[in-house]
Design a protein. Structure first.
Length: 176
């Protein structure tokens, strides 16, 4: 739907806003097979915190961890491969959106933002998904990529903490 909208919008030579949202990459992580086949499941490293004991942590975390305690290392690797494959599929789809912008020339004056609402645990501390009360780096460390006219290409800042609360005002500033 986003691509269809963009194809129409770029022909009108007027400002537009296109918001594309997906339910992925949420569990149960079911990627298209072609994307899963890109990963060697057996070579995927396990989270270094997979076997962490959660003594002293909130009870809800210990209960969530108990749900997954019987998974094998192979199960955890398959889960990670499936999650990564879903993300690779999404990257492919974002590439299709960017192709439409490039082919039309609209990429020269279009602001593009890529972000997420949360990450997933993928075995970190023996947990899956985002869960409730999982105040861990795996959940809070999310992508925020902004491509806009006037911003230096290739600029990367992985050390500054930001908030999604800042995205709206930043976009309004960029749009003038």
């Amino acid at each position: 739907h986003g691509i269809d909208f963009l194809r129409r919008a770029v022909q009108e030579d007027a400002p537009f806003c296109c918001f594309v949202s997906t339910t992925e990459p949420h569990d149960p992580y079911v990627p298209p097979k072609a994307f899963l086949n890109l990963y060697d499941v057996d070579s995927i490293p396990l989270s270094p915190t997979l076997k962490d004991e959660l003594g002293g942590k909130p009870e809800v975390l210990r209960r969530m961890q108990a749900v997954w305690q019987d998974l094998t290392d192979a199960d955890w690797r398959r889960m990670a491969a499936s999650y990564w494959a879903v993300i690779t599929y999404l990257d492919h789809e974002v590439g299709r959106i960017m192709d439409v912008l490039r082919e039309s020339g609209a990429d020269e004056n279009t602001i593009v933002v890529f972000t997420s609402d949360h990450g997933d645990m993928l075995g970190g501390h023996g947990l899956v998904a985002k869960g409730v009360g999982t105040a861990y780096e795996e959940v809070y460390n999310i992508p925020l990529i902004i491509r806009a006219p006037g911003l230096t290409a290739g600029t990367e800042d992985v050390g500054t903490r930001t908030s999604l609360v800042d995205v709206g005002p930043t976009l309004l500033d960029l749009a003038g």
